[in-house]
Ligand binder design. Structure first.
Ligand code: FAD
Length: 244
């Protein structure tokens, strides 16, 4: 099939979008004005959020394997060492990285006056959300539609593992009635209700419709699954990969 999509620029944005389309078997062409990779360093550190996307694309383990392990971080101000933090488990797995390293390092950075602006810029880049989009409907607990699905550790697997399907899906933290599961046209993933889910702002037994990019599209109380089906009908959504 002749490609009908052209990506102009093979930087991280173009390449990641191209990888997404490749996962869906959608033909495309990608071009760049340069003939090879850039020669200056642009990837000193990889954000946890970037790793989440890498994981969806199935390349996170390779990215970690090919990265350089940094064992310790030092924060210095006016030639004084203010903080030292361990980063030794950085390459051990994304779960550990998201669960331990990021939450423990961030508060240390935030104590630094001079670094607040930098960190704010970094976080605002990482915290891309679409709350005011017409495709974002509803709020449950502290979590609004349009926000990225909060990462929650699980007993066997975390709640971001099913995002690897890169397809529409419904999440329930608690229990969904079998009739509701049958009623919804997308796969329903149930996670044990936990304190961790509560702490991330999620609400027990609420139905969260998750977009292929891992952001929340619509929320509905368990007794009103028709809110999700109305949304799905309104936007004419269907499974991209065609599997349930
Ligand atoms: C010095 C520096 C260090 C950085 N360090 C980090 C880091 O440690 N970690 C991190 O996560 N981020 C880092 N970044 C940020 C990161 O590099 C950018 O966020 C990222 O490159 C943006 O990707 P992009 O694809 O949107 O744009 P770019 O990487 O700029 O890619 C755009 C591509 O489009 C091509 N192009 C432009 N115009 C045309 C045209 N008219 N026709 C065809 N092709 C065209 C360019 O050649 C380029 O390949 C750093 C940035 C800089 C400048």
């Amino acid at each position: 099939m002749r490609p009908r999509i052209l990506f102009v620029g093979a930087g991280p944005t173009g390449l990641v979008l191209a990888l997404c389309l490749a996962q869906y078997n959608i033909p495309f062409r990608i071009i760049d004005k340069e003939s090879g990779p850039g020669s200056s360093s642009r990837a000193i550190a990889v954000q946890a959020r970037s790793l989440e996307y890498c994981r969806q694309l199935g390349i996170a383990e390779d990215v970690i394997k090919n990265g350089m392990k940094v064992n310790t971080g030092h924060i210095r101000q006016h030639n004084r060492r203010n903080a030292v933090f361990p980063l030794g488990d950085l390459g051990e797995g994304i779960g550990t990285l998201l669960r331990k390293t990021v939450p423990s390092v961030l508060p240390l950075f935030l104590q630094q006056h001079g670094r607040r602006q930098t960190i704010f810029n970094t976080i605002s880049q990482v915290k891309v959300s679409y709350e005011s989009s017409r495709m974002s409907e509803g709020k449950a607990g502290k979590v609004r539609s349009g926000q990225r699905l909060p990462w929650v550790a699980g007993e066997t697997e975390d709640n971001h593992a099913p995002l690897a399907s890169m397809d529409w899906q419904v999440h329930v933290y608690g229990k969904a009635a079998p009739a509701v599961i049958k009623f919804l046209p997308f796969p329903v993933h149930e996670f044990t209700w936990s304190r961790a889910a509560y702490k991330k702002g999620l609400k027990e037994n609420v139905l969260y419709l998750i977009r292929p990019d891992g952001h929340i599209a619509c929320t509905a109380k368990a007794e009103h699954p028709e809110i999700l089906t109305n949304y799905i009908e309104k936007w004419k959504l269907q499974l991209i990969q065609g599997e349930q």
